[in-house]
Design a protein around this ligand. Structure first.
Ligand code: ASP
Length: 326
């Protein structure tokens, strides 16, 4: 009897040792700062959301979140960079609607939805049609009339094919039947600098980039692309009110990790995203910039469902509009 107990104890000890040895050996995520890749230049709207969110996620993660800007090719350079990154949770992506649109605007954007593990939806932002402060049009009717009469004199800034500004600018130009000279940037941060410097004329961009300039009067604003007016910009009419029937664009942002990121790291990232969205300072900043928070959809299933519905929807729309992938 005694012998058996001893044997059992010895076995338990061996098992226990290897079990604890195993746990002690597997380092806890995060082991070092997490890199949040923004596929556009610093100073633009995606960057603004990312920097506020990175700060808001820090205490939940117990590590710093560093924003890394990798702009170019409508965001596809940064997105495909994350698709190829080591899947250990230390590299994540903060992108927007372009994640879906680029998949049918480029023959090879360098990724598919399957290259990623969805973490969750973040927020939704309306866009605004704006122009340099001395542009010769004071309201949307004057803007439309001017663009129709002078299409070859007007430059339209955007962040490259597949970017939100490209999408909105193209929809606007198509709706009024003009073709404008487009100037692509690596993000609408630098595009805004050139608009403020009067080197480009017109742009459609998120309120998270344009609000402060609209309020300060350093740009002219014509309309918002949301269904309802934006509470923080109450004087700006919607496109619908301005006679553009059904013209509605909302720029949703989402967060992803590379495919194969371990589940415990994904769980921590998702919890940190939810905690970040609940952070009062983050909420105040984003609501002040006209964004709508999406806490109920800050989970992998909601983002995966959204993308799975968006990718074919945009592919169909571009096909109907005769837009070929490049
Ligand atoms: N607003 C940009 C876009 O057009 C990107 C950015 O700089 O955030 O997609």
């Amino acid at each position: 009897m005694k012998k058996t107990t001893l044997k059992f104890t010895a076995t338990a000890l061996i098992l226990g040792t290897s079990l604890f040895g195993g746990i002690a050996g597997a380092a806890e995520f995060p082991e070092r700062p997490v890199s949040m890749v923004v596929p556009f230049s610093a100073g633009g709207p995606t960057d603004t959301v990312a920097r506020s969110l990175a700060e808001a996620m820090r205490s939940s993660l117990g590590e710093t979140v560093l924003v890394e800007n990798k702009g170019g090719a409508g965001g596809t350079i940064g997105v495909s960079h994350v698709a190829r990154a080591k899947p250990d949770g230390h590299t994540i992506l903060l992108m927007h609607i372009g994640f879906s649109t680029a998949q049918s605007l480029y023959k090879d954007p360098g990724y598919t939805s399957d290259s990623f593990e969805p973490i969750g939806l973040v927020l939704d932002v309306p866009m605004t049609i704006i122009a340099r402060s001395d542009f010769p049009a004071d309201n949307i009717e004057e803007l439309v009339a001017y663009l129709k009469a002078n299409p070859d004199k007007v430059s339209l800034a955007n962040a490259g094919i597949g970017a939100a500004s490209h999408l909105c600018g193209t929809m606007f130009a198509n709706a009024i039947g003009v073709e404008l000279l487009t100037i692509p940037y690596k993000g609408t941060g630098p595009a805004m600098n050139d608009l403020l410097g009067k080197q480009v004329d017109v742009m459609c961009d998120q309120t998270t980039n344009t609000s402060q300039h609209i309020k300060a009067g350093t740009v002219k604003a014509y309309a918002v692309t949301s269904k309802e007016r934006v509470p923080t910009l109450p004087d700006l009419p919607t496109m619908q009110e301005s006679g553009f029937d059904g013209f509605e664009v909302g720029i949703w942002h989402g967060m992803w990790a590379p495919k194969g990121t371990p589940q415990p790291a994904l769980d921590k990232l998702q919890k940190a995203l939810q905690d970040g969205l609940a952070d009062k300072a983050f909420q105040e900043r984003m609501l002040g910039l006209g964004a709508n928070l999406l806490p109920a959809r800050a989970n992998p299933k909601a983002l995966a469902d959204h993308v799975n519905q968006q990718v074919p929807q945009w592919a169909e729309l571009f096909k109907k509009a005769g837009i070929e992938p490049q």
